[in-house]
Design a protein around this ligand. Structure first.
Ligand SMILES: Cc1cc2nc3c(=O)[nH]c(=O)nc-3n(C[C@H](O)[C@H](O)[C@H](O)COP(=O)(O)O)c2cc1C
Length: 307
């Protein structure tokens, strides 16, 4: 019963549960992603992978903020040619959808990485065009409508699996960029990546992060992320939206569904709680749906928009 109440069809993927692991948190190894699936996630998104290996920034790369984290990891990853081994390992370990997060420094690079990930067995891709702390990629691409469109078209040309596009909240007109992404062929939108932020040590008088600035996540960003989902759903009815940002309990998740998300992602809360946070969220949503006499989580998507 619980399974059918919570089942979600998303851009051609079938999820037993509506919660996914957000990129960059426990999404490195097949084993850690399997832990998250056992904890009640319906799908997992990997750490963002590029064409070549990157070490990432020197420490400190993460600062504890009030109600959240500020991170500037610098997209550490082994490069797609090594990471395909991990993708194959995941496919041997569990059958829930695996979404590989991809980044690059040009449309061609995104396409090469995407093709290799798809050939290795990814069920979908998530284009990271929203990382706020690495130059010449991420949000530098995602806030430029022409580049954004070029990247998505290049990827769509070489893969047949669904392509999610993860947008940044650090823009003036998010709905415009959402429309650009959809027109270029995005099958779903992940809303949102982290908010640009900084922390300063009053004793040293200097910024704490090695990269100076980073991205804020966790409860501190929830209401901004929720507003971003609401804004897009208000203007665009048909696109699947995956809500992300500060979700740590079932009430947060339900708020995102009501704002218009079809599924959700959880990142920082896994560190605060454990991968079992997904089970707690699933149980809470189920009780809520039964209490309100809804037959499916799909019935509450966008409900807050009715007048
Ligand atoms: C330590 C850390 C690393 C992250 N790495 C990535 C990444 O590699 N790619 C990406 O698209 N987002 C990355 N993110 C952003 C998350 O996927 C998510 O969009 C953001 O943290 C908001 O969700 P949350 O509040 O549930 O964590 C990272 C977040 C954190 C905290």
């Amino acid at each position: 019963m619980e399974g059918s109440l919570l089942r979600v069809q998303l851009a051609g993927l079938s999820l037993d549960y509506p919660g996914m692991l957000a990129s960059g948190v426990l999404g490195y190894s097949a084993e850690s992603m399997f832990r998250v699936i056992k904890g009640g996630a319906g799908a997992v998104v990997t750490k963002s992978v590029g064409l070549y290996s990157r070490e990432g920034y020197a420490n400190p790369t993460v600062v504890q903020a009030k109600s959240g984290l500020i991170n500037a990891m610098g997209l550490p990853n082994p490069g797609i040619d090594v990471y395909v081994g991990e993708i194959r390992h995941v496919k041997a370990l569990f059958c829930q959808p695996l979404i590989v997060s991809v980044f690059g420094y040009s449309a061609e690079e995104y396409a090469v990485v995407a093709k290799k990930a798809a050939e290795a067995g990814a069920d979908a891709l998530e284009l990271n065009i929203s990382c706020p702390h690495v130059k010449q990629t991420g949000s530098e691409i995602g806030q430029n409508p022409n580049l954004l469109s070029e990247v998505i078209k290049a990827v769509k040309d070489v893969v047949k699996i669904p392509v999610f596009v993860k947008l940044s909240p650090n823009v003036t007109d998010l709905v415009l960029l959402a429309n650009v992404a959809i027109n270029a062929g995005a099958d779903a939108l992940t809303i949102v990546n982290t908010l640009r932020a900084i922390a300063i040590d009053v004793e040293t008088t200097m910024p704490i992060l090695n990269n100076i600035k980073g991205g804020l996540s966790g409860p501190a960003v929830k209401h901004v992320a929720l507003r971003c989902v609401y804004d897009i759903r208000e203007k665009i009815e048909h696109v699947p939206i995956i809500g992300c940002g500060g979700i740590s309990n079932w009430q947060d998740a339900v708020e995102f569904f009501l704002a218009g998300a079809n599924a959700i992602q959880v990142g920082t809360a896994i560190g605060y709680h454990s991968p079992e946070v997904f089970q707690t969220i699933n149980q809470g949503i189920t009780k809520y749906l039964k209490r309100k006499q809804f037959r499916s989580v799909n019935e509450i998507v966008g409900l807050s928009h009715r007048r």
